[in-house]
Ligand binder design. Sequence first.
Ligand code: ZN
Length: 280
Amino acid sequence: MDKGAINDLTKLCIHTITTKPLEIGTAIDKFSSLGAKGITVWRDAYAQYSPRQVGEMIRNSGLEVVSLCRGGFFPAADEHKRKEAIADNKAAVEEASELGAPLVVLVCGADPRQSLETSRDQIKAGIESVLPLAEKLQIRLAIEPLHPVYADTRSAITTMKQANDMVESIESDFLGVAVDVYHVWWDEGLENEIKRCGKHDNLFAFHICDWKVPSTDILLDRGIMGEGCINISRIKKWVNQAGFDGFNEVEIFSSAYWAMDQDEYLQKIVEAYKTTVLQT
Ligand code: ZN
């Protein structure tokens, strides 16, 4: 690979949660001066501004809004909570529209008081309730399967197969899948399911980070690409072969990295992106 390709940051997107301590305006300035071209906005990041204002700030900086994180959490044993979840997801779709984000990522949810099958039925019903608004506002929704360790409360959808099954059973051009290497790297069916997802034009987003060995906290100890055991370039190759040519989104939750100097941390991310993600 030539040097130009190794330094090509045009597909680099960074999630606001990755640099959680940074105020949104600072994050936008720093991402754009690093040479990244995309930003995914977490809903907590725009607390002091309206989504519309944040969208303007992003576009003025030359960055593109890649997606809004996150909707989902549809299942609940009590009906009023399911209704609240649907209302909250509709609000997320409205916010995405104001922000100028074309996509809302769904962490679908689970309720340990009921079976995973019941939770999946409720996820399906929830998505079907939100889709008409999403279609009207031209906002796409992406189901992100989560690692099975989160099946208790965060997601009853734990594999790419389950995500593909659900998306294909609903059949809307506005519903697809977000592939996050942290959640799916271990799956022996991954290559085939990524292929399947691409064949149906359902691959909407690609999230990257690494699984540290040992991981000290399953939620807040994600690694920078290259620091752990995930073969990111292999998964990226499958994703690209499946027809995906969108952003590589760096999404890292890490109490250790949030505690360090955010400029140094961002430099590490860019270096790792060049050596681990671009250099295959
Ligand atoms: Zn993700």
